[in-house]
Design a protein around this ligand. Structure first.
Ligand SMILES: Nc1nc2c(ncn2[C@@H]2O[C@H](COP(=O)(O)OP(=O)(O)O)[C@@H](O)[C@H]2O)c(=O)[nH]1
Ligand SMILES: [Mg+2]
Length: 507
């Protein structure tokens, strides 16, 4: 195969964006130095090459994988490996689809044994000729990525609007607790203060300096607080004036960042309205009046989709906080959305349910890693697994549901109840009892329940057993979270929350 090239062609090629599976190499140099011969040599069949394999390897080493493989001749072992990886990937995707549709369409509780054995069958069918380790490493990376996902939430607004109180509420703390943001104090610093989530240190709430002093400039304010750091801004206001809010929001929008208007201290407004109109007071009407007022202030804002979220930091389940959570969930990219969800206090059954379903979608990944990497045979049992990983995952599940010892102590303090009262309603083993022995015992119990069709030691049995064990553990834990919520008295807010939600949909 011959090759003709001109400077014009070469430059035209350089301007073309290269597709995913193509590799565009520009060969340039003075005329007569051998550019075309080099191109011919690189594209000719490998048997005609002398020192080129070496050069080809060097080029390959400099290219990313798919491009590198595009250079390989069909018989090259590297190309074969590439084809194998592609087929592993296809198998893995089919496996993921199967697990997802099982989770969605089959009621685990009505026919658990069939479900269990189906999982084993599909696992063995998928990985009978290998690919298990690759799949396990892939999902391990995904799990690590989530664990390392950072979320930086900026809370801004006027001094006294309730920024620090909201941060404490989001972290499940009262102002008097260790590490809480100071409340009701005049801000002495112009620097943002970071407060990490107690169980999820990668989620950080930033208490920004107050806005709205005369001569306030949104542009220099955002520069000073280092705006690129934040994933989104919550602009808190407790009064009618929202002039600075709109100015700041416009600047934030110009910087391509997300922002949300929050009207705080709704509980105060409600009790004032009740006192002012004891005979005719209607909470719904009073809320609507404030909502209309806030939204009227936003009319100057050219993007009409923005609304104010009315909240009380004393009671996150009330008013619009649940709707703010829903909105954020829609707006955030997937990993950040999950990090945000896990960082939320269990203020409603809806949040507990959402956490449960997010964790559920991780269970098969944990089980795949447990069966596929560092799997150690369990003596006397037809399976091998990574017990340390399972223990660690269970401990993390406790934290996500605020049922670990630290969170329970914090919740008890907030509710002014003895921690024993909360622990008494929990049926799952207490956090510090999660040991290797407990995990092995639970595995044995799971195996006894299902008597798998394939009683021989196999990775499929390991996968299905650990998957099942974590699934039922998660079920029990979410039920415990509900029971603890009840003891804390949070269920009283549930009706209020549902009512507020219905009202919102009506308007
Ligand atoms: N009742 C009620 N008081 C609040 C609320 N949020 C803040 N506060 C009170 O408002 C005052 C100022 O709050 P703070 O968080 O320090 O405001 P910051 O200056 O914006 O950080 C404190 O006395 C808080 O207790 C709320 O949602 N409801
Ligand atoms: Mg403050």
């Amino acid at each position: 195969m011959g090759c003709k090239s001109s400077k014009k062609d070469t430059l035209a090629q350089m301007n073309q964006p290269s597709g995913k599976r193509t590799l565009d190499i520009a060969i340039v140099g003075d005329s007569g130095v051998g550019k075309s011969s080099l191109v011919n040599a690189l594209t000719i069949s490998p048997s005609c090459m002398y020192d080129f394999p070496l050069r080809q390897r060097t080029l390959q080493d400099e290219c990313i994988d798919p491009q590198r493989r595009a250079l390989l001749p069909p018989q090259d072992p590297g190309r074969k490996m590439h084809n194998k990886m592609l087929s592993n990937k296809k198998k893995f995707l089919a496996f993921v689809e199967f697990i997802k549709s099982l989770q969605k369409n089959v009621d685990i509780k009505s026919d658990p044994a069939t479900y269990f054995n189906e999982v084993i069958k599909i696992y063995e069918k998928t990985f009978s000729d290998g690919g298990m380790k690759e799949a396990a490493s892939e999902v391990k990376k995904e799990l690590e990525e989530l664990e390392n996902t950072e979320l930086h939430i900026a809370i801004t607004g006027e001094v006294g609007s309730g920024k620090s109180t909201l941060i404490n509420a989001l972290r499940g703390l009262k102002a008097e607790d260790d590490g809480a943001a100071p409340v009701g104090v005049t801000e002495t610093t112009l620097n943002p203060n970071a407060y990490s989530h107690p169980d999820y240190p990668k989620v950080k709430f930033w208490d920004l300096p107050g806005i709205g002093s005369p001569g306030f400039s949104p542009e220099s304010y955002l520069k000073k607080v280092d705006f690129p750091r934040y994933d989104f801004f919550i602009i808190v206001g407790s009064t009618r004036s929202q002039e600075y809010h709109v100015k700041l929001a416009q600047e934030i929008q110009r910087m391509n960042k997300l922002f949300y208007f929050v009207r705080s201290k709704m509980d105060i407004d409600m009790s004032s309205a009740k006192r002012d109109y004891p005979k005719t007071f209607s909470e719904d009407k009073a809320i609507q009046t404030i909502r209309d007022e806030c939204n009227k202030n936003l009319l100057n804002f050219k993007d009409s989709s923005h609304q104010s979220f009315l909240i009380s930091s004393w009671d996150l389940a009330k008013y619009d906080f649940p709707r703010l959570v829903e909105t954020l969930e829609k707006d955030l990219p997937s990993l950040k959305r999950i990090a945000f969800l896990f960082s939320l206090p269990n203020f409603s059954s809806e949040v507990i349910e959402k956490k449960k379903s997010a964790l559920k979608s991780h269970i098969w990944k944990i089980s795949l890693v447990s069966a596929g990497i560092n799997a150690i045979p369990l003596p006397g049992l037809p399976l091998a697994c990574d017990v340390a990983l399972l223990c660690g995952s269970m401990v993390v599940f406790y934290k996500r549901f605020e049922l670990d010892d630290g969170s329970l102590a914090r919740l008890a303090r907030l509710a002014r109840k003895p921690v024993e009262e909360l622990k008494a309603v929990m049926k799952s083993p207490q956090g510090k009892e999660i040991t290797r022995d407990l995990v092995v015992k639970t595995i044995i119990h799971t195996l006894q329940c299902f008597l798998p069709v394939s009683s021989l030691a196999s990775a499929g049995v390991s996968f299905a057993t650990t998957y099942w064990m974590l699934l039922s553990f998660l079920d029990n834990l979410s039920e415990d979270a509900e029971r603890v919520k009840k003891v804390l008295g949070l269920e009283e807010c549930e009706a209020e929350h549902l009512r507020a939600k219905q009202n919102w949909h009506k308007t």
